[in-house]
Design a protein around this ligand. Structure first.
Ligand code: NAD
Length: 256
């Protein structure tokens, strides 16, 4: 196992796995880890979308067989794993009455059970690492009380609770577990929502104007926070949530 300075924040010789890393925040996080020296495997439904030098591995986080297969491939390729970024996630809109039971089960399966499934598969490898870190992509929705986001908010509230519980469970094994709470981030996901509006550019301008900083958060800004929490530089930090929301939570604002 290579030596890593506790103060450089660099990932030379370390291996990272990023779920949902073919797009948006996950892709930016995978790139940020690779730029800092990690070898990065992206576990995604769309491995062919993953650009070099990242390695795309097909993985559906809702399917235990698919998850096990991805980690078998990862172990054969790299032999070890140090960083896991549980980022795969999907959205849902509406009040508690608007999503049917199948939607509830599916969103919770991707956003919450997916993290449990993937982390359980990764644990044997993480236990063998001297720099093991897990970073979950949560959301300000975990605590904000967002309108028209009942199911999504419930899923991210569970991600926050799971992050803290996992941090407690694996502390003595030397595995740190943290999460990032992004605000509204300029990713293909948000692009798709804007494109559905009658005037996407006007909608984008209005959405930006509602942010405390007057602009959306960038995927690279979230990726920087993920890289910090994944790095030995944050070695004393576990069970915490780092907001990357332009100050929205601190100002008690809501994206609406
Ligand atoms: P995105 O749609 O751009 O990317 C999501 C990626 O996840 C895609 O590559 C997709 O193929 C993959 N994915 C989806 N379902 C999967 C599955 N079952 N198995 C494996 N991969 C799967 O989305 P994004 O905006 O980058 O969001 C990424 C994460 O960030 C999500 O967890 C989301 O909840 C969270 N988040 C996003 C925002 C935002 O404003 N964009 C804000 C807060 C939190």
């Amino acid at each position: 196992m290579p030596e890593v300075s506790a103060h450089t924040g660099e990932f030379g010789g370390l291996v990272a796995a990023v779920t949902g890393g073919a797009s948006g925040i996950g892709l930016a996080a995978a790139r940020a880890l690779a730029a800092r020296g990690a070898e990065v495997a992206v576990l995604d439904l769309k491995p062919d979308d993953v650009p070099a030098p990242l390695t795309g591995l097909r993985c559906d986080v809702t399917d235990a067989t698919s998850v096990r297969g991805a980690f078998t491939a990862l172990r054969e390729r790299y032999g070890h794993l140090d960083v896991l970024v549980n980022n795969a996630g999907i959205g849902a809109q509406g009040t508690v009455a608007d999503n049917d039971e199948d939607e509830w089960h599916h969103v919770l399966d991707v956003n919450v059970v997916g993290i449990a499934r993937v982390t359980a598969a990764a644990l044997p490898l993480l236990r063998a690492s001297r720099h093991a870190a897990v970073v979950n992509t949560c959301s300000i929705a975990a605590t904000a009380g967002l309108p028209q986001r009942a199911l999504y908010s419930a899923s991210k509230g569970a991600v926050l609770a799971l992050t803290r519980a996992m941090a407690a469970d694996h502390l003595r094994e030397g595995i740190r577990v943290n999460c990032v709470n992004p605000g509204t981030v300029d990713t293909p996901w948000v692009g798709r929502l804007l494109d559905a509006a009658p005037d996407p550019e006007a909608e984008r301008a209005a959405l930006s104007a509602r942010q405390p900083t007057g602009r959306l958060v960038t995927a690279e800004e979230v990726a920087g926070a993920i890289a910090y929490l994944a790095s030995p530089a944050s070695g004393a930090t576990t069970g915490t949530a780092l907001a990357v929301d332009g100050g929205m939570d601190a100002l008690r604002l809501r994206p609406a």
